[in-house]
Design a binder for this molecule. Structure first.
Ligand SMILES: C[S@@+](CC[C@H](N)C(=O)[O-])C[C@H]1O[C@@H](n2cnc3c(N)ncnc32)[C@H](O)[C@@H]1O
Length: 231
């Protein structure tokens, strides 16, 4: 294993144009300088013309997500370019859309895709108390990209906009193949760079009831506030 091989394995899902030698060289330099710490830092290195492509594949599960959610408003945490929100906007079951993402460049793509009210902020630091009560929160392709501490902070902070009926959909839980896991561990050990973090799911300790659900063979979690949070 070396850095280039590890990067090639981890970036295998990205558009072909991105995975050129020049991009890999740039990443290697930044890793050595310890200037990038996690996959979230990679978005700022992607050329404008390719940035949208990172999000362009419509998620396999979006129609299943629509049926799983309750009527009412929707907040997507780490909403990316708003591809899910813009799809949900077409469904009259939903009214009132909010998104949070901390990346300025990505947020500028959102404006073209959705009418949702977007907040440019770190999800773990956002004051959810300024929002109305939210019926549905979606956290899609985000847990597993942030640390356990960040995940826990978010699950605590969102309580300010939840009611006992609100639901939170979190997924998908990725099972890393042995190849990907090996590459991920290599970069953690060598540069303390986390392409993937462990997927946080100790929801009960944060006061939530939850069930595991399968959507198109992908694993998601559906959470609600625990009726008695002291239990
Ligand atoms: C893999 S994308 C997922 C986008 C979207 N949820 C989807 O499924 O298409 C992850 C997103 O998380 C955002 N992000 C990373 N760290 C964040 C943080 N601490 N707070 C808010 N957003 C963050 C990135 O800017 C990026 O748009």
């Amino acid at each position: 294993m070396n850095t280039k091989i590890a990067l090639q394995r981890l970036l295998s899902g990205l558009p072909q144009e991105l995975k050129n030698e020049c991009f890999l060289d740039k990443l290697e330099i930044l890793l050595k300088a310890k200037e990038i710490k996690s996959s979230a830092d990679l978005y700022n290195l992607i050329d404008e013309e390719y940035l949208n492509k990172v999000f362009s594949n419509p998620t396999k599960v979006s129609s299943k997500i629509e049926t799983t959610l309750k009527p009412g408003n929707v907040l997507e945490i780490a909403c990316g370019n708003g591809r899910l929100l813009s799809q949900l906007e077409k469904n009259p079951k939903f009214s009132g859309f909010f998104g949070i993402d901390n990346n300025q460049r990505i947020v500028s793509l959102i404006a073209k895709n959705t009418k949702a009210k977007i907040f440019l902020n770190k999800a773990e630091n956002f004051n959810y108390g300024i929002l109305p009560k939210i019926d549905n929160i979606i956290i899609n392709n985000f847990f597993g990209m942030i640390s356990i501490l960040q995940s826990k902070k978010i699950l605590l902070a969102i309580k300010k906009c939840l009611t006992p009926e609100s639901i939170i959909l979190i997924g998908e839980e990725k099972k890393l193949s042995a190849n990907i896991n090996e590459a991920n561990q290599y970069l953690i050990k060598k540069y303390n760079f986390h392409f993937y973090f462990p997927f946080y799911k100790d929801f009960a300790s944060d006061g939530y009831e939850y069930k595991k659900i399968k959507m198109d063979q992908l694993t998601y979690y559906l959470l609600q506030l625990h009726e008695n949070p002291n239990n």
